[in-house]
Design a protein around this ligand. Sequence first.
Ligand code: UT7
Length: 330
Amino acid sequence: MQNLGVAITGSGSAVPATSLENQRLTELVETSDEWIATRTGIRQRRLALPDESLSSLATAAAHQAIAAAGITAADLDLIVLATSTPDDLFGSACQVQAQLGATQAVAFDLTAACSGFVFGLVTAAQYIKTGVYQNVLLIGADILSRWVDWQDRRTCVLFGDGAGAVVLQAAVSDRLLGFALKSDGRQNHHLNLPYAGSSKELIPGIKVTKGSYQPIEMNGKEVYRFAVQRVPEIIDKALFAANLSVDEIDWLVLHQANQRIIDAVAQRLNIAEHKVISNLAQYGNTSAASIPLALDEAVRQGKIKPNDIIAASGFGAGLTWGAAIFQWGK
Ligand code: UT7
C-alpha cells in the first residue's frame, strides 16, 4: 500500500545576526519604543546585512529542518520556497537547491506574501497525497527590510528578516488534518509592493515600460480589520474540515504581524493564552517566515511535542489568508 498521508517531521529556522531595537528607529523616523511596543508588541527585529541573501538564510533554515527530519538533502524530491523577496525575480528556490546539494529535487518559488507558508504547506502536501513525491522541503523566507521605505514610520517599524523551514514526508496516517485557503483580489490595494515604471518608446510605434518595484504600501487599519475578522473564520473552517473542535487545539501559531491581532483572534476563538505561540517581540513581522520561525522555536524549546495538534494561520497581501490544522511529528 502506498503512503499517501503527510507527516511534518522536522523544522528549522535562521535569522540574521544583526538586531535593531525600537529605540534605534527613532534615529530614522518620528516614533517611540512605547508606540511600537504597545501598538504592535514588537521590540526588535533582525536585519539582513548587504552580504546576506534570501537564499543563504533559506538554506540555513533548510539544513536544520532536514537534519531534524533525519534525512539528507539527496533524499528530497521537491523544494517549495515561499517568498516575496527572492534574490532573483526568476526565483531563488533553485539557488537553495544547489546550495543544499539536493540534486534530485525539483525546486520552485511560491508567492503568497504572509500567507506563503500555509499556502506552501497545502501545495507541498498535494504532491505527497497524490503519491508523486515522498520527501518535500518547504521554506518560508523573506527579507522585507530591502523593500520598506525607511522614511515611512507606518511600515518601517513593522518588518524583520528571517527564514523557517519544515520537511513533509509521506506517511501511513495523514497528519495534515484539515485546511482552508482564501484569496480576495478585490482588496489587493490594501497591501502592495508595486511595480512602477514609465513608458518608453522602444522603436517607432512600440512602447515598453521601464521601472522598478516600489516600497511596501499598506493600509494598516484595513488589513487589521480584515485579519481580526477573517482569521478566526478560516481557522473554524479548517477545524471543520479536520472534524475537530477548538478545544482539541494544543497550539495556535498565527502569522506574527501584530500582538493585538494574535490576542484578538485567540479571544474570538476562545483559545487560552498559554496555547498561543508568539515571538513577534524579537523578530517583528517576517512575512512568509513568521509561522515556521515561531513553530521551530517552540519545537526546540520543547513546547510543541510529538502528536500535539497545531492550528496555523497566515494572512496578508493578495489579500490571501489560510489555515492548516496538523499533528506534529512522525
Ligand atoms: O503581514 C501582513 C499583515 N499586516 C498586518 O496584519 C498589519 C495590520 N495592521 C496593524 O498591525 C496596525 O494597523 C498598525 C500597527 C500598522 C498600525 O496601528 P494602528 O493602531 O492601526 O495605528 P494607525 O495606523 O491608526 O495610526 C494611529 C496614529 C496615527 O496618527 P494620528 O493620525 O492618529 O495622528 C499615525 O500617524 O499613530 C501614528 N503612527 C505612528 N506613531 C508613532 C503610525 N505609525 C507610527 C509610528 N510611531 N511608527
